[in-house]
Design a protein around this ligand. Structure first.
Ligand code: PM9
Length: 459
């Protein structure tokens, strides 16, 4: 049914939050003070904030009503049981440990399952996921299909795992050195690209043969399910909710940053089907997060999350959410701006290598482009290239990813179609003056997840 009517939003606006338009001179100063890193800008100085879709969703009136139903008991809050049942009913997983956000769940999962010297294959790295795998003594191995590293490949399921790459790793290091395969739906660093159900089924078969678990980063599972409904044979008549459930059933557990798909401003969880891992996580959560029935969230946060999960898998919602991203992507394609194709589900990713071919990767083209976009219009985007990829653990050199991207991330239920038009016009203006944009040098580099706090100077 999804192709038969427009993607217009299935809601109307009840409350607004003013945003300010600033002058170019003002933005010039703000950018310099922020070390040309969009993470270090103050949000009050931003006009349209496309830094991330994480924790930036607009909650519904139902969710806000849920906030008033918060049961702030230290132990056994009724909101926890509502959340637990919602995760079991909608996401299929048996045992749930709440956390304050996704990386806390990644921390516990990595510490529990990874031993020093292990290998963790995955469909492309994610910054926090990989860091926690490494801190637990593991080595991440990229086993995503080659098409995912090519911004121009039109392959529909660029999140798919290349099973030959996995088989090769198993043959080389042995299955006992692979605690689990780490899959994400959708793949953020590839440009918000989905994984197909057929590929996951094949992966399940292969991992079953060797007794290897599949752990699922389900941060954007509803968006992945929508792409399966849209493009995978046999799924057009299934609901997004049914597809989400079927997908999860093929995996052994999940980490979730509920700040994305699930329409809340804070929250996450670890969910597993085996009791042993659950028991260890429940022991660990009290050390790092809080009691196992709140794990760093207030009762009201858990209530908003339980409601948000149900809203996030509604077909009308997800069609409008992804439809808005597609609208912006198509506009940029029509303007001839180089972006990752096909358009992703949570944002449009500018291909900085093609945008600024005269800026070499060691001069941070994506970082420079994000700064330039803010300067032009006050639109804040995020670098997803060499700065995000960090350094090689052994050699200390920069990791140079094939994809050097600027992510225009669309918050859920926040901006209008007119905002999308303004964003596209600004990108076009920057594109027209691209020859005058130079690279940057890094003048401060923190040890962990450097993209958050690094500082730069213009060359
Ligand atoms: N993603 C994003 O903007 C938040 C800031 S960048 C680290 O895309 C995946 C696929 C994510 C993600 C966060 C996390 C971590 C795990 N997996 O931010 O800790 O996209 O809730 O989740 C960001 P938390």
């Amino acid at each position: 049914m999804h192709n038969k009517h427009s993607w217009a939003e299935p809601y109307k606006i009840k409350m607004i939050e003013p945003i300010v338009m600033t002058t170019k001179e003002f933005r010039q100063k703000a950018l310099k003070e922020a070390g040309y890193n969009t993470f270090l800008l103050r949000s009050k100085d931003v006009y349209i904030d496309l830094l991330t879709d994480s924790g930036t969703s607009a909650m519904s009136d139902r969710q806000w009503a849920g906030i008033m139903m918060g049961d702030e008991a230290y132990a056994g809050s009724r909101n926890f049981y509502h959340l637990e049942k919602t995760i079991q009913d909608y996401y299929s997983y048996k045992y749930i440990v709440p956390t304050h956000q996704g990386r806390a769940a990644e921390h516990m999962l990595s510490q529990i399952l990874i031993k020093k010297g292990d290998y963790v294959p995955g469909n492309m790295y994610f910054t926090t996921t990989k860091l926690h795998q490494e801190m637990a003594g593991g080595t991440f191995v990229d086993i995503i299909v080659d098409e995912a590293h090519d911004p121009d490949s039109l392959y529909k399921f660029k999140g798919d795992v290349d099973l030959n790459k996995l088989q090769k790793l198993i043959d080389k290091v042995g299955a006992e050195k692979i605690p689990y395969v780490s899959i994400a739906s959708t793949v953020n660093m590839a440009g918000g690209q989905p994984m197909s159900m057929a590929n996951l089924k094949a992966l399940r078969q292969l991992t079953n043969k060797y007794g290897i678990k599949i752990m699922h980063d389900m941060t954007r599972i509803a968006e992945n399910a929508f792409m399966i409904q849209l493009n995978e044979e046999g799924y057009a008549d299934k609901t997004v909710s049914e597809i989400v459930y079927e997908f999860n059933l093929l995996t052994d557990g999940a980490t979730m940053s509920a700040k994305k798909d699930a329409l809340v401003n804070i929250g996450g969880f670890l969910a597993v089907n085996d009791y042993d891992t659950f028991d260890k996580a429940r022991n660990m959560v009290v050390v790092y997060e809080g009691l196992h029935t709140y794990g760093g969230m207030a009762g009201r946060d858990m209530e908003a999350l339980a409601i948000g999960i149900k809203e996030s898998v509604q077909d009308d919602h997800i069609r409008a959410r992804v439809g808005q991203v597609f609208y912006l992507g198509q506009k940029l394609l029509d303007m001839g701006v180089p972006i990752v194709k096909p358009v992703g589900t949570h944002g449009v990713f500018l291909d900085a290598k093609a945008f600024l071919p005269h800026v070499s990767q060691d001069k941070f083209p994506a970082q420079s482009l994000a700064a330039e976009l803010y300067l032009d219009s006050g639109v804040r985007a995020m670098e997803r290239g060499v700065v995000s990829a960090g350094r090689n653990k052994k050699t200390g050199e920069h990791n140079y990813p094939k994809l050097e991207l600027v992510r225009l991330t669309i918050p859920r239920r926040v901006y209008t179609q007119a905002h999308m038009d303004v964003i596209a016009e600004s990108v076009q203006r920057v594109f027209e003056k691209r020859d005058s944009i130079n690279g940057m040098k890094m003048i401060y580099e923190p040890e962990y997840l450097r993209f958050f706090q690094a500082r730069f100077e213009k060359l």
